[in-house]
Design a protein around this ligand. Sequence first.
Ligand code: ADP
Ligand code: MG
Length: 409
Amino acid sequence: MSRTFERGSPIFEDERPLTDDWDPEELPERDEELGQIHNALAPAIRNTGVGPHNMFLFGKTGQGKTAGVEYKLDDLVAAADDAGLNITTSQYNCAGDSSSYHVLINLVERLTGDNLNGHPMSKITDAFFDAVTDIGGTVIIVLDEIDNIGTSDEILYSIPRAKSNGNIPDDMHLSVIGISNNFKFRDNLSPKVKDTLFDEEIHFAPYDANQLRSILERRADQAFKEGVLEGDVIPLCAAHAAQDKGSARQALRYLYKAGELASNTGSDMVTEEHVRTAQERIDRKNIEKGIREMTMQDQLSLTAVVALDVEGQTPAKTTELYARYKDIATEIEADIRTQRSVRDHLLELDLMGVVTATKKQTGNRGGPHYVFELGSDLGMTLDILSEDSRIGDAIDLVTTNRSIQEYLD
Ligand code: ADP
Ligand code: MG
């Protein structure tokens, strides 16, 4: 039977608050962090000689970093209008750029319309500072998801030093707000960048279930028709997202998907069952995408975690996982990397949310170390890993009782 498209919905009042590009009217869960951003920006309006401080925001994805900065910059621009001050902000996402060079080319193109691809770095840097100088006043450049530039971090050195290097006039201010989803990025910055760049570091810790609940409640109020959400719908979305990465983005996805499932099946209520189905589909998609994008070595490191998880031996230390990794890599005749490199792969997997890494402080020498466990559903992960022919062999090995028994002996 063919279905007809229908206007309106018994479920949704307005779907926009459930999407990612919705700008929240408030972020009370981030009061403290927004306060820190506020203080760092305040010199721009005080207008007593110095510009806004450079900032570096970091925290996992979905923590309100992008939304929080946008929120405070809107405030700032409004205050500047009132005060008759010339303040320009530019929010740029570095997701598609692998180096400072690329970021600068795109910034120049955005500011001037000229694409200088292929020109030497010095020329592009000059063009950037010329464009900034033309704007004048106070210019704030947001480099979102800056971790994508890896160790090619010159831009984080040159922007904060622009005035002292004579690249921009003395009577203007240029500052940078770096935002990173990746904690390791900060540690890997070159020493000269670390020295000069960040006046303020602002950490966005993962949301807990209660915070996610209130975030969802505010958005659901605007998005859904009155009374269509079964009582536990929001708490379930919040709890599941909190257990995973504490991401508001993920919690919103669960809720939106559950609403769509209800809508598509002609239900006039969003039920807990809809939420469970939505979670399963979204989680599975995430893991599939994650695993497909992984290198072979990431997949092998993950297989080691899976193997120890099957045996109930997680959380496990790097040494334990490395031993298992070597067995598996040997078995399928893959390259064997160093323990350090495997640990780095495991930390990458933690960022993706497939593995959970917990930092432990060791009392005596050696400093902190990590323990790792599976961060995603075991059955789902096994399933998806098995689809790859080579890793599939390793998975067979991990899941047959015979080999598990051998490992246990
Ligand atoms: P990040 O930049 O840290 O990855 P975002 O700022 O993009 O995260 O937030 C992800 C989603 O969650 C966005 O839709 C954002 O509007 C929403 N969000 C995050 N924190 C809050 C909050 N405290 N209140 C309302 N919405 C929020
Ligand atoms: Mg962001």
